[in-house]
Design a protein around this ligand. Sequence first.
Ligand code: ARG
Length: 445
Amino acid sequence: MDSRLARFSESISFDHRLYKQDIRGSIAHARMLCRQRLLEAAEFEAIQRELLDIEGVLDRGEMPFKIEMEDIHMHIEQTLIDRLGDVGRKLHTARSRNDQVSTDIRLWVRENLDRVDSLLLGLQKAFLSRCSKDAGVIVPAYTHMQRAQPVLAAHYWLAYMEKLERDRGRLADCRKRVNVSPLGGAAVAGTSLPIDRHYSAELLGFEGVAANSIDISSDRDFAVESVFVLTMISEHLSGWAEEWILWSTTEFGFIKLPHTFCTGSSIMPQKVNPDTLELTRGKSARVIGNLQTLLVLIKGLPLAYNRDLQEDKPPLFDSFDTVIACLELAIPIVEQTELLPEAISAKLDQGYLDATALMEGLISRGMPQRTAHHKVGALVAIAKSRQVPLLKLTDAEIKSVDESLDGSIRETLGVAGAIQSYSSYGSSNPTRVAEQIKTWSDRLG
Ligand code: ARG
């Protein structure tokens, strides 16, 4: 082989990460071969013993990698052959690297999906613990980044819980399709040898056995789908990071981020920069890009295995690494950030956040919605011109927009009044929110 091709085509530099899965897959395959009398018991024992020893060598980083040997699968098998001679040469019976690679990636993805899921759970628990810590705190909710309506801070945190729960649901669903055994699909057509694919699948904890050997050798749907799930998580983290960056600015002053997760400026001593959040926002770009890479990679590939598929691993690994790193940092940030209720409430009376509650108060007195909207708009205009909150309007001013109105409309005014006035399912009403917190506590355990 031309040395340029060796350099061009190697994958050992990245697929060495699959060594544990490769060894596990090989032992299961060998055990199946033995049960099917394609290997002697003593041969299987020797293969298993040496593979476990090779795993130790790899654990200690003592295996020299050679690009001429292309990938981790060849490195492990060749080491086995060096040790066992012809017995080692039997391991690859009724197997090809095509189903072997797919098996290894699926095992790796399955394990890492579980890791992501436990981190998502950790992040949900962090948001849930905030709900009791921030009980009773009211914050402005925004639409179009304009102050819209007052809500409980806990209701805000629960919004993230929902997003994370959908992420976990997608992950669990995707895991079902990941957890199907390709092993024994061989190169493309299956094999004439009497293998038992169900047995090796069972040994590896797969829930099913992929049914079509041609499909097996070409399928990377599970990789694309996993990265999509990770992309959605990244999108959620990125939006959260952006929000907390804003909330931590002097302009907002809603939260104080833990200093251990921020950096200072070398030249401006007063600065505390939200680097972790900025990088979380920034790193979502890599994950989104990786999804694109995988989609384009498989586009137009004819059946079945094509060497293009070797290129799936860098974007796949990078997506998991990135999302795992972001989640590992998001958890302590959510736990340790301080909400600053005094600073928030000082600003809460600005922006007429109770206008919608007032409008709904008028509607419940029988006024048509469009009319009520118009009347409250007029009241806001008066209040704005005097630079006072709605609560400070005089009886005469209230009457001036509509003869039928009087001072009693003040009941729903003020942010606390507005919060109490919500009642619908899913709203920021304190009782509703308390119910949701209870449901989440029960669910998360
Ligand atoms: N390094 C390759 C990969 O990761 C191994 C599969 C090679 N299969 C083959 N038939 N050449 O995809």
